[in-house]
Design a protein around this ligand. Structure first.
Ligand code: HEM
Length: 488
């Protein structure tokens, strides 16, 4: 019996070669020579990319809580048990590694000689990541409260003018993206972009570029690296959208520098995050521009999506909406405090509609996962969007029930829903996103009763593909009945 390592998971345990099963014994589909299981996920395969999560759910049904795959030469393991997700994070090490976005990394390296945070791993990732840890400081995030609240107020008011004759807002999510763009602009550029009024055209172009960027990034990530052979369409989109974002960053950071020169004390107080970056002598000007670009882009899509899904859930669950409204009147949303029901609605929205397809790490030490020995260096994918809908961890899982996050006796498993990831590589924008979403939903609640034009259907929840749910929500949804219950 040869103890190889230690792991923490409900206690200290040794990897035991007698009791723990070998990696080779993990069940999974049979790999073919050279390609492994990659064909299953190819455009013609059983589980093409839009059906990735359906594919993972199918693999879970066939093989159980842990499934072994081989994508080309790369071994990987899918996890469907929150205890294993916890163990995965326990084995992430000081420099948690995710699979890299090689096409983005390649372009940034060639064009800017620096790659930023998102596509990188290892010590280089760590050095860059230290510069944005300030985003997670609550006090710093709260210093933007008033300005972001003003954005939320303007957004809600602008929505009322966007309803059609039947009180319906068309393509709600596009408006939500304008909100998230305006709100993150306050932090990244220290200014209002005026996306909700005068500057619609520029903002629409940014939103569109960001959507194209994410789609192209996904394509280059999931497909064979054709871009290494020629500049594919997706690679060109990455080039052009990155250039657009960087041009904006250069322009607005220059404006911020001027503001800083004029009155450093005021700038420090009003724009602590920008100040922190601009004043950092360890970063080159390009690195500063790139970091701001990463925060800016990180802040658009997911936040707008979650705002849409949360309002949709409240629209379909009017008694909950009324209870949230009462809670808000009584307890008031303020920096450092969110009424418990509102906060629980956000958690429940993220449980049912997580924006990430899962959470992954290349583990940096041998681990025991579901009783199998998984070697260091294996790519481990926690399929959290499926776990967070399992009856085993959430009773009546397809029901929107925020109280499950309030009832202290029955709190869910802490790793069954991890929408912002976890550990040293957790989403650095988490606190900002939470603030923006809560401000926006609270403001929407304050001025209007929000209802849905569609009846609840189980089919909606059964779509595992987030994009499909978002499209249903945004087209079927948001009628805003504006018999203002407001205190205006
Ligand atoms: C509801 C909104 C959001 C959700 C659900 C979300 C979710 C996530 C997730 C799951 C990750 C990967 C974490 C991991 O691997 O452990 C991530 C990473 C990241 N997010 Fe967010 N995010 C949101 C908003 C934001 C915002 C507002 C920003 C910027 C202010 C941002 C910036 C980033 C960045 C830069 C990373 C890469 C971190 C790294 O690799 O070290 N995100 N996000």
């Amino acid at each position: 019996m040869r103890p190889l390592g230690l792991f923490r998971h409900g206690g200290l345990c040794r990897i035991n070669y007698c009791t723990h099963k070998a990696y080779e014994e993990i069940p999974g589909p049979h790999p073919l020579p050279l390609v492994g299981n990659a064909l299953l996920f190819s455009p013609l395969g059983l589980y093409n990319i839009p059906r990735l999560l359906d594919g993972f759910a199918d693999l879970h049904r066939r093989y159980g809580e842990i499934v072994k795959l081989k994508m080309g030469n790369t071994p990987s393991v899918l996890l469907f048990n929150p205890n294993d997700i916890q163990a995965m994070f326990d084995h992430e090490g000081k420099f948690p590694q995710r699979p890299t976005f090689d096409a983005l990394k390649d372009y940034r390296k060639r064009k800017y000689q620096t790659v930023g945070i998102v596509p990188d791993n290892g010590e280089e990732w760590y050095k860059m990541r230290q510069n944005v840890q300030i985003l997670l400081k609550l006090k710093t995030v709260h210093s933007y409260w008033n300005r972001q609240q003003a954005v939320a107020e303007e957004f809600s008011a602008s929505l009322l003018s966007k309803t059609n004759a039947n009180g319906i807002i068309k393509d709600f999510v596009q408006h939500a993206f304008q909100y998230s763009l305006e709100a993150i602009g306050v932090i990244c550029y220290g200014k209002r972009l005026n996306c909700l009024s005068a500057n619609l055209q520029e903002c629409d172009a940014i939103v569109k570029a960001n959507i194209q960027f994410l789609k192209a990034l996904g394509e280059t990530f999931h497909q064979p690296p054709w871009w290494k052979l020629w500049r594919t369409k997706a690679y060109k989109i990455i080039e052009s959208t990155q250039d657009l974002m960087m041009t904006n960053a250069i322009k607005y950071l220059e404006e911020a520098r001027q503001k800083f020169k004029q009155n450093p004390a005021v700038f420090l107080e009003e724009d602590p995050i920008l100040c922190h970056l601009l004043e950092n002598d360890n970063l080159s000007a390009t690195e500063k521009n790139l970091l701001v670009t990463e925060i800016f882009q990180g802040g658009i899509d997911a936040t707008g999506t979650v705002v849409t899904m949360m309002l949709y859930e409240l629209a379909r669950n009017l008694p909950i909406q009324a209870a949230v409204y009462d809670d808000l009147i009584e307890k008031k949303l303020r920096p450092g405090y969110a009424p418990p029901l509102l906060r629980a609605c956000l958690k429940e929205t993220l449980r049912l509609h997580p924006t990430a397809g899962g959470t992954s790490r290349i583990i940096n030490s041998d681990a025991i996962l579901s009783g199998y020995r998984v070697p260091k260096g294996t790519l481990v994918v926690g399929v959290t969007p499926i776990i967070s809908r399992m009856e085993r961890y959430f009773s009546n899982p397809l029901q929107f029930n925020p109280w499950r996050f309030i009832d202290k006796k029955e709190l869910p498993h802490p790793y069954a829903s991890v929408p912002f990831g976890h550990g040293a590589r957790m989403c650095p924008g988490r606190r900002i996103a939470e603030q923006e979403i809560l401000l926006c939903v609270a403001e929407g609640e304050r001025i209007a009763e929000i209802t849905s034009v569609s009846q609840p259907s189980q089919k909606f929840y059964q779509h595992l593909n987030m994009q499909a749910r978002l499209e249903l929500a945004t087209s079927a949804l948001l009628a805003i009945i504006t018999t203002l219950i407001s205190t205006h």
